[in-house]
Design a protein around this ligand. Structure first.
Ligand SMILES: Cc1cc2nc3c(=O)[nH]c(=O)nc-3n(C[C@H](O)[C@H](O)[C@H](O)COP(=O)(O)OP(=O)(O)OC[C@H]3O[C@@H](n4cnc5c(N)ncnc54)[C@H](O)[C@@H]3O)c2cc1C
Length: 460
């Protein structure tokens, strides 16, 4: 009888999809949906024995603190000491193959096909980025546009409309120029004015030179805006989702101007250009609310990639060196609280506004946060197939979540980096550092991989 009553009370999602979740007796939006991510058989069925072993070894290596204290330096020094050849021999079959699709279109297509078979969508991440102090190089930015457009085509060929492509603004405009722009647009009114001016340019208006930039910088800015316009127009034409990555805080203000102005020009009918919100930052909640309001003010759609953030240690070091307050949350728990609050709030906006005006991607490997997002969708009647709240994990990480979500009918993307070994070193360093979280017990991939190896080799 109790069973019958609970079945009758099963919410719409469960009935529609024939999936049985164990719910707490009265599910509220803050309670977690109980769906198990511990199923190693399903999670790794698409991987060969060798791939599982490699994943286990790579995660094990990521657990050595001395390797990770300064992983990018370790990688760069090894390159100088041992030369590129030896480093390539060590890194290619390990870190690179674990986290990167390859450096030619064919390997990317093979990875995309593999993901398709398990119902996972491709989100391409071009490994093009630069930091302040790098010499500005207009030819490089132009060639980055070509690569980005080529990858947009591949994304579309594999996933059709609503496929995702990530992009970094520092691949298209010099980081030094972005820094100047960030510093001059600290107050909200200037910020909004610049966004409107850039959006107007991208919608076909003329370029307005900026008073605090010199002649050469204004030329570079106009070229940069032209690149943003090309990439945005191309993504819009293919009906893709173009996700602008969040980078370091000193650049993020300018990155937001770029992302929101592209949104102003290309999100007229639905969210094409999305910005990223890093919840390890103390101001993440206020920032997403403010940027949401900017798109409302412009009358265009809003898209958000919600992440915890990948540059934690560097942000903290910079704040000590620069003698300014640490912009990051004081603890892992504080970051998680902000993350879940931002996700809950944005899922509510999706429910209130509908899919043409607001979309979000919960980009996380954290089981609890994913479960909370699922429960919130459930409580607001948002279906997986609505394609308005979607999920994302990094290629090579948390297959137990990705594959499970896909098998339950959720829209889930794997962020797949694309680039040569030496171009992706900063990316690999971030992945290595990030996987230290596995040690803290927030993820259980190594245990699941070990269980799968045991099942395959020992039969139990
Ligand atoms: C599709 C996709 C796109 C992404 N795009 C971006 C991007 O544009 N920009 C970007 O920065 N990152 C990006 N990331 C990386 C993302 O930030 C990391 O994968 C994420 O932080 C890992 O956290 P998690 O949510 O998986 O949860 P967990 O693994 O549970 O959390 C680890 C995270 O918690 C935070 N944390 C850990 N310790 C502390 C501490 N002591 N104090 C405060 N916070 C702490 C850090 O952010 C750390 O990365 C992306 C990830 C995905 C899946």
């Amino acid at each position: 009888m109790v069973y019958l009553v609970s079945v009758l009370r099963l919410p719409r999602l469960v009935r529609n999809h024939g999936v049985f979740y164990r719910f707490s007796s009265t599910l509220t939006s803050n309670q977690e949906k109980e769906i198990s991510f511990a199923d190693h058989r399903t999670a790794y069925a698409h991987l060969s024995h060798a791939e599982i072993l490699r994943a286990w070894i790579v995660l094990k290596l990521c657990s050595f603190d001395f390797l990770l204290q300064n992983s990018l330096k370790v990688l760069e020094t090894s390159q100088r000491v041992f030369g590129k050849g030896l480093l390539e021999k060590i890194l290619r079959p390990t870190l690179y193959d674990q986290f990167v699709a390859g450096d030619d279109p064919q390997s990317l297509k093979e990875t995309a096909n593999k993901l398709k078979q398990i119902g996972v969508k491709l989100m391409i991440l071009p490994s093009l980025e630069e930091d302040i102090g790098h010499k500005s190089d207009q030819n490089r930015y132009n060639s980055n546009v070509e690569v980005t457009l080529q990858l947009a085509e591949i994304a579309y060929q594999h996933g059709g409309p609503l496929s995702c492509l990530q992009t970094k603004i520092t691949a298209l405009i010099s980081a030094d120029l972005l820094l100047k722009i960030a510093e001059r647009n600290r107050d909200e009114e200037n910020h909004f004015r610049t966004i409107s001016t850039w959006a107007n340019y991208m919608a076909g208006g003329s370029f307005t030179p900026v008073s605090y930039l010199d002649k050469q910088e204004n030329i570079e800015l106009e070229m940069g805006l032209e690149r943003l316009k090309s990439v945005g127009a191309f993504a819009s034409g293919l009906q893709l989702r173009l996700l602008v990555d969040g980078e370091f805080t000193y650049l993020n203000r300018a990155i937001s101007i770029a992302a929101l102005s592209m949104a102003g020009a290309f999100n007229q009918t639905r969210p094409v250009v999305w910005n990223t919100y890093q919840c390890y930052l103390k101001d993440a909640f206020d920032k997403i609310c403010a940027e949401f309001d900017v798109t409302r003010r412009m009358g265009v759609g809003f898209g958000a990639k919600i992440v915890r953030g990948a540059y934690l240690e560097r942000e903290r070091i910079l704040s000590v060196e620069g003698n300014y307050p640490d912009p990051t949350n004081p603890s892992y728990e504080a970051t998680s609280a902000v993350y879940d609050r931002v996700v809950q709030h944005m899922v509510e906006q999706v429910a209130a506004l509908g899919g043409q005006r607001c979309n979000v991607i919960v980009a996380s490997h954290n089981e609890t946060s994913v479960l909370k997002a699922l429960s919130k969708m459930e409580s607001l009647g948002i279906l997986p197939t609505d394609n308005t709240v979607v999920f994302g994990q990094i290629y090579g990480m948390a297959s137990n979540i990705t594959v499970k979500l896909a098998s339950e009918g959720y829209i889930v993307y794997n962020s797949v980096p694309y680039g040569s070994l030496f171009d992706v070193l900063p990316y690999l360093s971030r992945r290595a550092t990030e996987n230290r979280a596995v040690l803290k017990g927030t993820r259980r991939e190594r245990t699941l991989l070990a269980r799968e190896l045991r099942t395959r080799f020992l039969g139990f």
